[in-house]
Design a protein. Structure first.
Length: 94
């Protein structure tokens, strides 16, 4: 699983670099470069979106785990429900 996350981090970094390059004036004035960068960005978009969603799910699960230690039974039940919702979705992304 760590190898998958490392690859996703790498792709996120690549996507961010492309996004920055798309804003540079010298690239904006060159249609060939602009087209190449735009296509590469579009190719990575779905993967980067999935990575961001995975990070969000990780955060929600981590917060739910913390709430499982609460004294309030309602809070613990909400935390269990949150984990039950998030964990299968996270596994599907991995």
């Amino acid at each position: 699983m760590d190898a998958v996350r490392e690859k996703l981090k790498e792709l996120q970094k690549q996507y961010d670099e492309i996004s920055e390059a798309l804003l540079k004036e010298e690239n904006l004035s060159d249609p060939k470069i602009l087209t190449k960068l735009s296509k590469e960005q579009a190719r990575l978009q779905q993967t980067v979106d999935a990575w961001k969603h995975l990070q969000e799910l990780d955060t929600r699960i981590e917060e739910a785990n913390e709430l499982l230690n609460e004294d309030d039974p309602e809070m613990r039940e909400m935390a269990r429900a949150e984990k039950e919702e998030c964990e299968p979705e996270r596994e599907q992304l991995l």
